[in-house]
Write a protein that binds this ligand. Sequence first.
Ligand code: DAT
Ligand code: MG
Length: 149
Amino acid sequence: MERTFIAVKPDGVQRGLVGEVIRRFEAKGFTLVGLKLLQVSKDLAEQHYGEHQEKPFFPGLVAFITSGPVVAMVWEGKGVVAAARKMIGATNPLNSEPGTLRGDYGIDIGRNIIHGSDAVETAQREIGLWFQSEELASWEPSLSSWIYE
Ligand code: DAT
Ligand code: MG
């Protein structure tokens, strides 16, 4: 089964959107296999956003993600990486479709509520960065035969 890394950023936590994010992923039928709230270190932030190291917004991005608690999650399911990106919406919330998390709750690109891995390989790297293997649970929801044919 495919897994993806999702994080509610400090703005999403401060605005009380943790429950809404979890609700949408549960309602879709995906399975929560890892969950924790943490204060992100500068080192973890820089590794997580390593691909953006040379970008002008990098220092602000690291400062923001370390500015308050983040809720880190791993979700599992068929096609979950791409589906989660669709549920999250475009990077700039003003371009995100209504019905997506960023489209419904965000305005500024630097306050876009939530992170989701952009590819299966990225998800594997990010899950390994944020979670120890013993922090992840493999379980099969008893509802799965009503979600998958
Ligand atoms: P995404 O989070 O949709 O995967 P990304 O990986 O391109 O987007 O960028 C990571 C985060 O960096 C993004 O959620 C918000 C911030 N960011 C991206 N582009 C930016 C820009 N042009 N100005 C300011 N912040 C930006
Ligand atoms: Mg990205």
